[in-house]
Design a protein around this ligand. Structure first.
Ligand code: ADP
Ligand code: MG
Length: 341
């Protein structure tokens, strides 16, 4: 089924690419819809180099997927996991290093060594399943940054351990696209890599990019709009990828490394807004794991680094004061909107 959807999407994307160059008028824009990293992505740039920049960005995403994916057997990460270590490229080493830093900073709420547990649940595969408590108990000792040793480009993983960059790779890809846009002279554009948005410059002389934060309760609606310029906005939520167990329980794809179970907390989505896509991606996953109180406390001690929008299971949209002038509520929404003091 997944393969079929992918193929159908590839066909649609090819058609979209063919017709997406703005026919006339200025500014000229170019859009590509692609499917990569198991996600539907949309890349748009404005200006004379829009087409070149978007094509280079799409190529960059494919390059990163081939290098960082857990499901492509030839990727550096798959090879590392298969061989319990090895030598990686400088780029992969520095992303692994960043992931270790974020694990340390978030007290293990973001932890790429969650991989064996993610595999046991199989949530992003065609055959998700609920592991037994005994299986989870056997896997939890394999989780923790202490199992990874990184020295330059040499990596060693303890026996049975593996890493999964799924919680950070799209954020890193968005940082790389920002660089590709810059190299190509693009000063206006917006990209969306499935919940990872990068707003390049402004939409027009007066307006930034208005980015919708999806309503976790309603896939067709949004819960708020934020206006961004030269910023990243990354959302993690349980509603994006999940499966329903035989008893009707919904299991989503973000695992609490402390328990080995999919998070069932008091947040339904976390959006992190900042100027570093990799950081925003790691934090969106981590703060979703933390839940409302810890996430708020984390922001208080790192408030210079990011803004955030939290959507709670009890129907509140909470945003940091830095967003007060940039966040729009949705008219008629059932959400209660409030700034975090
Ligand atoms: P998405 O990839 O859907 O945008 P996230 O950025 O939150 O969402 O990443 C979720 C992915 O990260 C999961 O599919 C899994 O591969 C991995 N993951 C799950 N739980 C964690 C965790 N606690 N820390 C780090 N990575 C995780
Ligand atoms: Mg993430």
């Amino acid at each position: 089924m997944r393969k079929y959807i992918k193929r159908l999407f590839a066909l649609l994307a090819a058609l979209c690419l063919a017709g997406s160059l703005a026919a006339c008028g200025s500014p000229k824009s170019y859009t590509a819809d692609i499917f990569a990293m198991d996600t539907v992505m949309k890349l748009t740039a404005y200006g004379p180099s829009a087409e070149t920049a978007v094509n280079a960005a799409a190529k960059e995403i494919n390059r990163l997927e081939a290098q960082l994916s857990n499901t492509i057997a030839t990727s550096e990460i798959s090879q590392l996991n298969a061989g319990s270590g090895g030598t990686v490229s400088e780029e992969t080493a520095s992303l692994l290093s960043a992931a270790l830093t974020y694990a340390q900073m978030t007290d293990g709420a973001f932890d790429m060594t969650i991989a064996p547990v993610v595999a046991a649940w199989g949530i992003t595969t065609d055959n998700p399943q609920v592991p037994t408590q005994a299986e989870i108990d056997a896997l939890l000792p394999l989780v923790g940054s202490g199992h990874v040793s990184l020295s330059g480009t040499a990596v060693t993983l303890d026996v049975g351990c593996s890493v999964d960059l799924g919680g950070i790779a799209k954020g890193y890809a968005s940082d790389r696209i920002a660089a590709v846009f810059k190299e190509n002279g693009v000063t206006s554009g917006v990209i969306s890599l499935g919940g990872n948005v990068y707003a390049c410059g402004m939409k027009s002389k007066k307006e930034g990019w208005r980015v919708a934060i999806q309503d976790p309760q309603n896939s067709a609606g949004y819960a708020a709009l934020v206006t961004l310029s030269d910023q990243f906005a990354v959302t993690s939520g349980g509603y994006q990828r999940y499966f329903t167990g035989e008893d009707g329980t919904v299991y989503q794809h973000i695992i609490d490394p402390a328990t080995g179970y999919p998070v069932q907390g008091d947040l339904t989505s976390v959006t992190i807004i900042g100027t570093n896509g990799t950081m925003c991606d790691a934090y969106s996953t981590a703060l979703y794991v933390m839940g409302l109180d810890k996430a708020t406390a984390y922001w208080r001690s790192h408030s210079d680094d990011f803004d955030m929008v939290l959507i709670t299971a009890d129907g509140r949209v909470l945003y940091t004061p830095g967003l007060a002038d940039n966040l729009e509520s949705v008219e008629g929404s059932s959400y209660a909107y409030a700034a975090i003091g």
